[in-house]
Design a binder for this molecule. Structure first.
Ligand SMILES: Nc1ncnc2c1ncn2[C@@H]1O[C@H](COP(=O)(O)OP(=O)(O)OP(=O)(O)O)[C@@H](O)[C@H]1O
Length: 651
């Protein structure tokens, strides 16, 4: 009656105390959509393409919910019912029920092909209200908009995704006899639908995650299959959990029985691998013979650990395998190093380093030769790489250390040789560093150590931009930018006639002075923090803080070995540090001793070292018997314990 008055006489259902406000609002919307509750033939049908898209977009929901619904349908102990699954817009994705109840559906299906519980199609219904209000809804008889449902009771619950968004709804509709009893009788149906929808929500999430995992797994498999490296993943107990095809090939495994086997079966009991896995150290390019049966071959092995999100416990590890022969080829082909660093990698905020970087950036863009001047470990090679990467990143970067190369080989290394040029030479001949650096940069480190007799040859190559291999007859043009570096005073060497003045001016077209660390203010601390982080990242440890006493030492020490020395000191401290903070005592002894009394550094250092040495020797001699060791050393046992602790000598 109320519906007829609303529909035909425009009575406001919101004013009717028997109709709840959500239903009244929905009636108004339904009427505005033009749905006639008394005439089902006049209903609009959803568009076929919309339906197709709904089925396509909700494949996972259908796949998850339908088997679930089918499994639990027998528990629905009522006679006539229609069960419906919809998407978030009310489009019916699945329905089921007994013959009798389907009479209505079939009747509608004759007039329209597709079903939707959208208000614009069938007006107010339990599905759409559960979707709109995100709550379970039971709608009794006349509350349904269509009069055809006036003897139906419908229970519906929303299905949510992990973000709490509605992705669909599930409903059960039944015919009831006595309206007065209906709510009591059918209350359990609402409970059933609600728990079913919740179960589908959970199952949907599991299915979605499984699907994601499967896709990720397949993508990973695909990328691993084209990678040159072999990969083996282990769980926390060293059991193999995954092995890539390449790794199987490398290890000579032909079936997948490797899964769940202990890694030692294929990698043997090498101590480096064992220690790395036990202690959580990363391993880089360890050359090792590994293999199964008679398949022993040499590979470069690297190990990375897999940590939990908080980086506290290790969950497993990945072993990377690379063929040694391939590595050899790469090294031979490059004949030098690659430039990894760019200007952004040069850490430091001091005025001094910023000025050097800014000048280097300007000169990087010209092709002129550059001389980098700075103490050992100040970052000269870092600058050279950054300059190279800013000017010609695609060209080769070839580094030559003039001090470490044997004097008699420098010439052939730089200029190359033809086959048979001298005894012991490669039959096919070899290109020199100049040729290898063609189109890029040749970094001549420690140029002050270039033998004086070779300097004129180098000068000629720089002037003429062509090289002739030893034993060769023709010139090879080379387009190479030279960046030379020195920690020596070249002008002084010129005065001593150990360096040619003309070569100096050829190399030092532009000079960049790189300041020592002690002149870079707060940079030592900034760099120390950076090295703590990079070291911890490499070894998979949570980065400790740098304590106030250690910070004081770091900022006052004079760092004769500059950044390289600082980096080594920090690596040392990271390994020594047991807790969450690096203390001054974790730093290498020579640094702490200097800090304690700079003027007596030498004596203090040697006494401390002598004492530490003596204790270590006594402990070794007595096979760690502290009583005997203390006696030999002439000190009390308590003092010995204290010193063992101070010097961090492990018992
Ligand atoms: N500003 C910086 N930021 C980060 N790392 C740096 C910096 N300067 C130097 N390093 C690091 O310090 C180490 C020494 O640097 P590099 O080899 O470039 O010094 P160098 O002056 O060429 O030394 P040498 O004269 O002994 O050859 C390298 O590991 C380098 O990456």
């Amino acid at each position: 009656m109320a519906k007829r008055r609303f529909f035909e006489e425009d009575e406001d259902p919101r004013k009717n105390p028997d109709i709840c406000p959500e239903v009244a609002e929905s009636w108004i919307r339904s009427k505005n959509y033009g749905v006639n509750p008394f005439d089902i033939k006049s209903q609009k049908a959803p568009d076929e393409n919309v339906i197709k898209k709904a089925f396509h977009d909700n494949k996972l929901l259908i796949q998850t919910a339908v088997p679930f619904i089918k499994k639990f349908m027998p528990f629905l102990t009522i006679s006539d019912y229609i069960l419906g699954l919809t998407d978030r817009y009310g489009t019916v994705l699945y329905n089921a029920g007994n013959e009798n109840a389907f009479k209505y559906i079939n009747q509608r299906k004759r007039s329209i092909k597709f079903l939707s519980a959208g208000e614009e199609f069938i007006g107010t219904n339990a599905n759409i209200l559960s979707i709109i209000h995100k709550i379970p809804v039971q709608l009794i008889g006349p509350n349904n908009y269509l009069v055809i449902h006036e003897h139906h009771i419908a229970s519906a619950a929303p299905i949510l995704n992990s973000n709490g968004e509605v992705i669909g709804s599930l409903s059960v509709m039944q015919d009831y006899g006595d309206l007065n009893n209906s709510q009591k009788i059918y209350a359990h149906t609402l409970g059933w639908v609600t728990s079913m929808a919740e179960a589908i929500t959970k199952q949907y999430e599991i299915q979605r995650k499984t699907l994601q995992l499967e896709t990720a797994y397949k993508t990973l498999e695909k990328s691993l299959s084209v990678a040159e490296q072999g990969f083996v993943t282990l769980d926390g107990n060293g059991m193999i959990t995954h092995i890539s095809k390449k790794a199987m090939e490398m290890l000579g495994i032909t079936d997948t029985h490797a899964i769940n086997q202990h890694y030692t079966k294929y990698f043997g009991v090498d101590a480096s691998i064992r220690d790395a896995l036990l202690n959580g150290y990363n391993v880089h390019d360890l050359e090792l013979s590994v293999g199964y049966d008679s398949h022993d071959k040499k590979y470069l092995i690297s190990i990375d650990h897999i940590w939990d999100d908080k980086k506290v416990s290790r969950q497993g590890a990945v072993i990377y395998m690379t063929k040694v022969s391939r590595m050899d080829k790469i090294i031979a082909k490059r004949g030098g190093t690659k430039a990894y660093f760019a200007f952004d990698d040069i850490i430091g905020e001091s005025e001094e380093i910023r000025r050097a970087i800014s000048f280097a950036k300007q000169v990087a863009l010209t092709n002129t030769n550059i001389l980098l001047i700075g103490e050992s470990g100040t970052g000269k090679e870092l600058f050279a790489q950054a300059i190279h990467n800013s000017y010609c990143p695609d060209g080769p970067f070839v580094a030559v250390n003039c001090a470490s190369m044997p004097r008699n080989l420098i010439e052939s290394e730089l200029f190359g040789y033809e086959g048979g040029a001298f005894t012991g030479a490669d039959r096919k001949g070899r290109p020199g560093k100049f040729e290898l650096a063609n189109g890029g940069t040749l970094f001549l480190d420690e140029i002050g150590d270039m033998p004086i007799e070779l300097q004129p040859v180098l000068l000629r190559v720089l002037e003429e931009r062509q090289v002739m291999r030893i034993g060769g007859t023709k010139y090879i043009p080379v387009n190479v930018r030279i960046i030379a570096a020195t920690n020596k005073d070249l002008l002084e060497l010129i005065r001593k006639r150990q360096f040619r003045e003309d070569l100096y001016y050829r190399l030092a077209v532009l000079k960049i002075e790189i300041p020592p660390l002690r002149q870079r203010g707060n940079d030592a601390l900034i760099l120390a923090k950076y090295f703590v982080e990079t070291t911890c990242q490499k070894i998979g440890k949570k980065p400790p803080e740098i304590g106030a006493d250690a910070r004081k030492v770091i900022s006052t020490y004079h760092w004769p070995g500059n950044i390289r020395q600082l980096e080594n000191a920090i690596v040392h401290a990271v390994y020594m540090c047991n807790g969450k903070t690096i203390t001054a005592n974790d730093l290498p002894l020579e640094i702490i001793c200097e800090e304690k009394s700079p003027e007596n550094r030498r004596e203090l250092l040697s006494i401390a070292e002598l004492e530490k040495d003596a204790i270590i020797k006594a402990m070794r001699l007595t096979k760690k018997n502290t009583a005997k060791a203390a006696e030999i050393l002439g000190i009390g046992r308590t003092t010995l314990y204290k010193k063992l602790k101070d010097y961090k000598i492990e018992l």
